[in-house]
Each structure stands twice: as structure tokens, then as C-alpha cells.
Ligand binder design. Structure first.
Ligand SMILES: [Zn+2]
Length: 251
């Protein structure tokens, strides 16, 4: 279980003010655990700032694969996907290397996050899927209803580290938010940012669309922490419990 060993080695990310607060969930086959580290105490000593952490563990059951949803992908599009299988695999490997490269680049701001589009969730994180060839997998993000052309906003400040059209994900943007936190946006119809752009929260990164392996237009949104796909809304909820707060033990 690589996700668990990675967690053992790097349990928290530190925010710039030195008060380590980070929340992650571990994406496993049978269940995901959410481990939350909350500072509870800071000493008054000038020389020995001690932060103790309280750990909360929440197990979240992932639906069994028998409840899987079959994706209805148009035959012509599926044929093209099969043809581009090798290219698609290479692209997946390239992205994995990119995530690895950004496990520790920059420091996240203590800034509240918002959803990239205010819309109805049409498919949950970790829901099981089946492709026309019978292959099943777990959904690595959330799908939000968004017609083609609807603006998609950055949920937080960051830097664009990827903006390309790929076989399965379609037009894809990846943003580095620092402290190992990345966010990813799939199936866009248009890019509004380029690699290297420093962007602010609520800036438009692209327009929703139906590029790649999709049934219809929507936004697929992911939050990735140190190469691990996490539940975006769970992340948002936990992160926003601590953002922009003058905590009693703060500086
Ligand atoms: Zn999706």
C-alpha cells in the first residue's frame, strides 16, 4: 500500500507560519482514512515553541464495486480512445512524474478555498466506474455540473504547472498551491491560463467543456496532496476550518 507508507514518512505539511496544520485523506482500495493534525498547544517560551498535535481519524467507506456505474461513451469516441491507448499511458506517466516533482514546492497560504464552480455535484469522489471494455476503477475526483463555456475559477492562489490537451482527461489544467497541494481541472473547452502563470483565487483558469473521455460537458475537479488524490470537498471543508484564523496559539 504505497499511500500508507508515504503517509508514515510525511505525515504533515507545514504552513508558512510554522504551525503545522494539514489534513489529508488516504486513497485506498477498500476505504479511505482521513488524518487530521490540529495544533493544541504552544509554549510561552521564546526559545521552545512546542506545538502538540491532536489526531483525528475518520474512516470513510467507499461503495462496493457491484454498485458500479457504466460510462456511456459514444462508440466513435471510444474507438479513438482505444487507438490512442499508448499515448494515453505515456501522458498518465508524465503527470505522475509531475505530481512527484511538486510534492514539496512552495508553501501554501493560509487562505480559505472555494469551489471552482458553484454547481451541483453529479458524481462523487471514489465512486466506482466501469468502462465499455469492462475495466473498473474508482473516480479520482468530483464531477460538477457545468455546461460548455461556463467559467472555472481557481479555488486558491497558486501557479499553473500544466495546461495541455490529453487523450482521456481532455484539456487539463494543474495548479500548484504549495505545501504539496495541487488541484486539477479536466475536460475544459478552453484554457485561460498557461504554464508559469501565477494566479490568484477566483481568477478564471478556463471554460468548462466536454473534451476527453466524457459522456457530456462537466467539470472534473481533483485535489492532490503529495501524489495522493483526495476528496476535494472534504479537503475544502477541513482546510476552511483553519484558514485565515487568528488562532489563540498563533503568532
Ligand atoms: Zn470525473
Amino acid at each position: 500500500m504505497p499511500y500508507y507508507s508515504e503517509f508514515e514518512k510525511k505525515p504533515v505539511s507545514q504552513l508558512p507560519d510554522g504551525l503545522g496544520i494539514f489534513v489529508t485523506n488516504l486513497y485506498g482500495r477498500d476505504q479511505q482514512s482521513l488524518v487530521q493534525f490540529l495544533p493544541t498547544l504552544r509554549s510561552d517560551s521564546l526559545h521552545h515553541n512546542i506545538v502538540r498535535f491532536k489526531e483525528t481519524k475518520i474512516d470513510v467507506k467507499i461503495p462496493k464495486l457491484k454498485k458500479k456505474v457504466s460510462l456511456r461513451i459514444p462508440a466513435s469516441r471510444w474507438k479513438k480512445l482505444v487507438k490512442d491507448k499508448t499515448l494515453s499511458k505515456q501522458q498518465t506517466q508524465k503527470l505522475k512524474r509531475l505530481y512527484k516533482e511538486y510534492r514539496n514546492v512552495g508553501a501554501a497560504k493560509r487562505q480559505c478555498w472555494s469551489a471552482p464552480v458553484e454547481s451541483k455535484k453529479v458524481s462523487s469522489f471514489a465512486s466506482p466506474r466501469t468502462l465499455p471494455n469492462g475495466h473498473s476503477y474508482f473516480h479520482t475526483g468530483v464531477d460538477l455540473r457545468a455546461r460548455t463555456g461556463r467559467p472555472i475559477y481557481s479555488p486558491s492562489d497558486g501557479e499553473v504547472i500544466f495546461a495541455e490537451e490529453l487523450v482521456v482527461p481532455g484539456k487539463t489544467v494543474v495548479i500548484n498551491h504549495g505545501s504539496g497541494i495541487l488541484s486539477r481541472y479536466l475536460h475544459l473547452s478552453e484554457f485561460r491560463v498557461a504554464v508559469g502563470d501565477k494566479i490568484q483565487k477566483s481568477e478564471i483558469i478556463g471554460l468548462a467543456g466536454a473534451t476527453g473521455r466524457v459522456e457530456a460537458a462537466h467539470l472534473h475537479w481533483e485535489v492532490i496532496w503529495k501524489s495522493t488524490k483526495t476528496n476535494p470537498f472534504l479537503f475544502l471543508k477541513k482546510w476552511n476550518a483553519h484558514c485565515n484564523q487568528n488562532l489563540a496559539y498563533g503568532l
